[in-house]
Design a binder for this molecule. Structure first.
Ligand SMILES: [Zn+2]
Ligand SMILES: [Zn+2]
Length: 105
C-alpha cells in the first residue's frame, strides 16, 4: 500500500500501533479522547491512527479526512502545539507549520 508512514526524525518506516477512537459529544470542543474505551452507538466517532517509529521511538498521529476536517474546525488545546518558529498554535500532528512553513521537530 501507498500507506507507508516514514519517520520524520530518522526516516525509518513507522509501524501502526493503534487506533485512538474519540467521540464528539454535545457542543464542538467538548469531546474528549477515550483511551481504550469504545464509544456508545449513536454518537459520532472519529479516530486517530497512532504510528510509532521502531527505530527512534517517535510517535505520530494520523487522521482520516473526516477527523481532519473536524479537528481543523474545533481543535482542543491538547491537540495543539506551538510552532517553534513563529509561535502560532498548530495541530500537534503537523510536520510543517501551516503559517510559516517551518518544519517541526
Ligand atoms: Zn525514527
Ligand atoms: Zn510557524
Amino acid at each position: 500500500m501507498s500507506d507507508v508512514k516514514k519517520c520524520s526524525a530518522c526516516g525509518a518506516v513507522m509501524q501502526f500501533a493503534q487506533k485512538l477512537p474519540f467521540r464528539i459529544r454535545g457542543t464542538p470542543g467538548m469531546w474528549k479522547l477515550l483511551l481504550g474505551e469504545w464509544a456508545e452507538l449513536g454518537e459520532e466517532m472519529l479516530s486517530l491512527d497512532v504510528y510509532v517509529c521502531v527505530n527512534c521511538g517517535e510517535v505520530r498521529f494520523f487522521t482520516d479526512e473526516k477527523a481532519r476536517q473536524y479537528l481543523l474546525k474545533t481543535t482542543p488545546k491538547e491537540f495543539l502545539k506551538k510552532c517553534f518558529n513563529c509561535g502560532k498554535q498548530i495541530p500537534i500532528a503537523s510536520e510543517e507549520c501551516p503559517y510559516c512553513r517551518a518544519r517541526q521537530q
